[in-house]
Write a protein that binds this ligand. Structure first.
Ligand code: GAP
Length: 606
């Protein structure tokens, strides 16, 4: 039985880590190109992930297209004519403001930088503490071998210092050893080099003297700012600035005195390391490619950033062939691509993802009412796939954040372990898209109303959901841990994915009690064949029966069937051709006739 006192809930970060690890371990989601180090923001779905995803898409299609008279489907191309995306505003405006860390080059969305306080240290420039590479090399050669310097050998600063010390020792020069501070290293070389140049002792030293003079020091004129936050040491500013100048070619940067300024609200610094960020600049999120062999600008195409535009562009064709009357919708499920600046939170923000979009066309006066209607429909959809209403939230997007053409937008959000985040947008987009395409293409995209004899461009309400985000929400919602007895009755932690049976990747596990009993095995295999036309089934004969149940619990299989000796009628002839049916969530077992299984399971899955 399930122990009703659940284990202490893991923290949300821990919970997310467990979910990500389970997804990989059991074959839901893998990182794309993992064996080559992975591609950031791209994911591959494994055998169970693809089933879950398909079940979700099939259910959406069933509810939105098959069960309605007023919606038809389409499947548009991913590569998109630039004129389409120019007219829709994506070429000009589909951009995020981004900033780069001047130290690490890491890129952030500008609006994701938190406000910070602290002291800004400003360094106007820096110069190198060292003599040139050639000079160091000559020194090294002198100290090491007394051979002619070879200019193509590299030498590290610490090597140069230790060799310099050795030379000083050999010549009985009293020069104190430098500390790690660049200023001290610089002083060391300034003391050593003139001495060597003045006082050669060998033929090579003579050549060194003749051939080498203290070169001008390298200088980097870039200014750089560091934010030191309350509680952090001021020395962090110096350390960070040195790294910055080292990346710009100085080997041992000597810093000038910085100026300091206190700030209470700034977004100009990297929250991780305090380094200055570049000024925000727009970054278009679309992936561009080239059609055919020509590199002519006329061959440019884009990977679509949303599925919606192909629906608008095919509006006239679909209206004609479907002969639908307003209001009616066109639905599409398909890939979309966005070069997200910061892909994160597992699959939540990816660069390649799938959308399930409906464009529901209507008369202008119906727009606001249909916006409410579709918001409610979509909330019901999520409840029907096992996401409780209490975890869903409707955000009314405020006027200043809404697209200028939208008269009303709702975001449907879900409480992910990493915070409350958008699952779907439901937007009343007015007649903006069709009007834009009508203007740009010169083709009429109007609707003729037989009753009023009027022609007009329809308005549209758009529920736009993310497949990958919903799959992630389903996994997060389903993940649970409880306590259950093992084979010997000892309580152990059980990991269960409590998927709604409709969404579960595998619907039923079938287990012969013993794998070396041919009668049990044959019966179990016959049950697999009986159920396979109706649902996904998994046959497992290896390991103790309890272990087999646990393996299915962990991937969310709602039902388990065990074929035992009673099935063979060995104990009680009345039980011949019956099996135990185990429920994943309650772990209750009941005895059912094999012939009734398809009907019983189909009913419970519906
Ligand atoms: N046609 C409207 C449109 O595309 P959107 O809010 O940009 O609107 C709709 O996207 C949905 O697509 C989002 O609510 C989300 O579920 C999904 N989505 C958007 N960007 C995504 C990304 N980078 N990764 C995963 N899903 C994403």
């Amino acid at each position: 039985m399930v122990n009703t006192v659940s284990m202490s809930a893991p923290s949300d970060t821990q919970r997310m880590e467990k979910i990500v690890s389970l997804c990989k371990r059991r074959g839901f989601v893998f990182q794309s190109s993992e064996i080559y180090g992975g591609l950031n923001g791209l994911w591959d779905y494994g055998p169970l992930g693809v089933e879950l995803k398909r079940n979700l898409k099939n259910y959406w299609w069933r509810v939105i297209v098959h069960e309605r008279d007023d919606v038809v489907g389409m499947d548009g191309s991913i590569l998109t004519h630039p004129a389409v995306l120019k007219a829709s505003g994506h070429v000009e405006g589909f951009a995020d403001l981004m900033v780069d860390c001047r130290l690490t080059n890491e890129r952030f969305k500008a609006d994701q930088i938190p406000f910070q306080e602290g002291t800004i240290f400003t360094y106007e420039s820096a110069r190198d503490a060292m003599p040139s590479d050639d000079g160091l090399l000559a020194l090294a050669q002198l100290a090491e071998t007394d051979q002619e310097p070879q200019i193509n050998k590299d030498i590290s600063m610490s090597d140069a210092v230790s060799l310099g010390l050795r030379i000083a020792q050999r010549r009985n020069l009293f020069i104190s050893a430098p500390t790690n501070e660049p200023e001290s290293v610089e002083q060391f070389f300034l003391d050593l080099l003139p001495e060597l140049l003045r006082n050669p002792k060998s033929e090579w030293e003579e050549r060194f003297r003749l051939g080498y003079s203290i070169p001008p020091r390298r200088v980097c004129g870039d200014s750089f700012r560091v934010l030191v936050r309350p509680g952090e040491s001021d020395s962090r500013a110096k350390k960070t600035a040195r790294l910055f100048y080292q990346k710009r070619g100085l080997r041992l940067p000597v810093l000038p005195q910085p100026s300091k300024e206190r700030v209470s609200q700034t977004q100009e610094f990297n929250p991780e390391n305090g380094a200055e960020l570049t000024a925000p600049r727009p970054f278009n999120l679309m992936f561009q490619t080239q059609l055919g062999a020509s590199s002519d600008p006329s061959s440019i195409a884009y990977l679509r950033p949303e599925t919606a535009q192909s629906i608008f562009v095919q509006f006239k064709n679909i209206l004609e062939v479907s002969r639908k009357k307003l209001p009616f919708g066109i639905a599409q499920i398909g890939k979309a691509f966005r070069n997200e600046i910061n892909p994160r939170n597992f699959t939540f923000r990816s660069r390649e993802f799938e959308q399930m979009e409906l464009e529901y066309f209507c008369r202008p006066e119906q727009g606001m009412e249909l916006l409410e209607y579709w918001k409610e429909e979509r909330l019901t959809f999520y409840e029907n796939i096992g996401i409780p209403r209490s975890k869903l939230h409707v955000l009314t997007v405020p006027d200043e954040e809404r697209a200028f053409y939208s008269k009303g937008t709702y975001d449907i959000e879900y409480d992910f372990p990493f915070g409350r985040q958008e699952l779907e947008g439901v937007a009343y987009r007015t007649d903006y898209d069709l009007s834009q395409h009508q203007k740009a293409s010169g083709k009429a995209l109007e609707y003729f109303d037989e009753e009023t004899k009027q022609r007009f461009v329809p308005h549209v309400v758009e529920p736009s959901a993310g497949v990958d985000r919903t799959v992630l929400a389903l996994i997060c919602e389903a993940y649970s841990e409880d306590q259950a007895p093992d084979e010997k009755g000892k309580m152990e932690t059980r990991v269960v994915l409590r998927f709604h049976p409709r969404l579960a990747p595998i619907k039923c596990g079938v287990f012969p009690l013993l794998k070396n009993n041919s009668q049990l095995v044959a019966k179990a295999k016959a049950i697999v064949e009986l159920l396979r036309p109706h649902m996904t089934v998994f046959y497992d004969e290896s390991g103790a029966i309890g272990r087999r149940y646990r393996r299915q619990d962990e991937i969310g299989t709602p039902f388990g069937l065990t074929v035992d000796f009673e099935t063979l009628g060995e104990k009680d002839p009345a039980l011949r051709d019956t099996v135990t049916l185990r429920d994943r969530d309650s772990m209750k077992q009941e005895r059912v006739a094999i012939q009734d299984l398809p009907a019983i399971l189909r009913e419970r899955l519906a």
